[in-house]
Write a protein that binds this ligand. Structure first.
Ligand code: ZN
Length: 277
C-alpha cells in the first residue's frame, strides 16, 4: 500500500478537490468515500453509487483510479466482500496548498481582464473569467504565475473536457512530466499511452511542461535515432476546422545512461561517419 501523508483530507466540496478532479463523477465518488470513511462502501455500493448518478455505463473503477492518483484508498476483504476505505493523501500527491491561490495572485493573473484563449472580455462580452492552471495540478502543474492564466468559462470548460479524456492516465502523464529532457517527456507519454493514438496537442503540452519547446516535432523525430518506431496519422474530425494529427507508439528502447540529447548526438555523428566512409 502506498505511504499515507500526515495531512488532513480536503472536504469533498473544497476548491482543492475541484482543482484536483476536473470530472464531476470523480468528485462525487470522492465525496462518497469521504462520507463513508467509518463504514467503507463495498465494490457493489461504489458501482451502484456511480451508476445512479451517471448511468449504468459509467466506469466506477476508472473514477476510483483517478482518486487513487492522489489519495490512498485501502481495500480490505472479508469473505467475498471488498470494501474501500479512504485513508489519506498519498505520499507523492500534489501539495495541499495548491489550488488555494492568494488574493494577490488571483488579482495579478486576472489583471489583463481578457480570456487568454478566445480574447473575450468581461466588459465587452459579459464573460466570467476564471483562473486556469495551464498544466492541471493533477498532472504535476504548479501554482507559479507561469502556469496560471485567465480563461473565460466556456474556454475553461472546453479545456477541462479535453483534459478529462486523459484523466485516467494522469499518473502516467505526471510521471512523463517529471523527465528533465523534452525527449524523455515525449517518450514517457507515448509509452504510457502505448497502442493508442495520442493527439499532437497533448504531446505538445507535455513536451513544453518544464520549459517551452518550440520544436517538439523535432524532438519526437529524434527518438527514431534511438531506435523508436511510431506511426503518424492526420484526420479531419467531422465539424472541425482543424486537422487532427496523432501519433501511436509501436516500439521503444530503454533510455540511455546519462543525457538523452548527447546519446542522440553521438548516434548522429556515428551515422555521419559511416556515411562518409
Ligand atoms: Zn475564452
Amino acid at each position: 500500500m502506498p505511504k499515507v501523508q500526515d495531512r488532513r483530507l480536503p472536504e469533498p466540496d473544497s476548491p482543492e478537490i475541484r482543482q484536483l478532479f476536473p470530472l464531476e463523477s470523480v468528485r462525487q465518488l470522492y465525496g462518497f468515500l469521504y462520507e463513508r470513511r467509518d463504514s467503507p462502501p463495498t465494490t457493489e455500493e461504489i458501482h451502484a453509487f456511480v451508476a445512479d448518478l451517471f448511468g449504468p455505463q459509467s466506469e466506477a473503477i476508472r473514477r476510483l483510479r483517478s482518486i487513487r492518483d492522489c489519495f490512498v484508498v485501502q481495500r480490505t476483504q472479508t469473505g467475498r466482500i471488498h470494501r474501500y476505505r479512504l485513508l489519506g493523501w498519498k505520499a507523492d500527491a500534489p501539495d495541499a496548498m495548491r489550488g488555494t491561490l492568494s488574493r494577490a495572485t488571483r488579482a495579478r493573473i486576472l489583471a489583463p481582464q481578457r480570456c487568454a484563449q478566445c480574447g473575450r472580455t468581461p466588459l465587452g462580452d459579459e464573460v466570467k473569467l476564471h483562473i486556469d492552471h495551464k498544466i492541471p495540478i493533477s498532472w504535476g502543474g504548479e501554482d507559479d504565475d507561469d502556469n496560471l492564466q485567465p480563461l473565460c468559462e466556456e474556454c475553461n470548460l472546453g479545456k477541462r473536457d479535453f483534459y478529462a479524456t486523459y484523466d485516467s492516465h494522469s499518473a502516467a502523464i505526471r510521471n512523463a512530466t517529471r523527465q528533465d529532457e523534452p525527449h524523455g517527456r515525449i517518450g514517457e507519454l507515448l509509452k504510457a499511452l502505448e497502442g493508442e493514438w495520442v493527439p499532437s496537442d497533448l504531446i505538445s503540452i507535455v513536451a513544453s511542461m518544464r520549459q517551452y519547446q518550440d520544436d517538439w516535432q523535432r524532438r519526437l523525430r529524434e527518438l527514431k535515432d534511438l531506435g523508436w518506431v511510431y506511426h503518424n496519422r492526420v484526420t479531419w474530425p467531422a465539424g472541425s476546422r482543424r486537422a487532427l494529427s496523432e501519433y501511436r507508439l509501436v516500439k521503444w528502447t530503454p533510455w540511455p545512461e546519462g543525457s538523452i540529447r548527447s546519446a542522440i548526438e553521438e548516434g548522429k555523428s556515428r551515422k555521419r561517419a559511416r556515411e562518409d566512409d
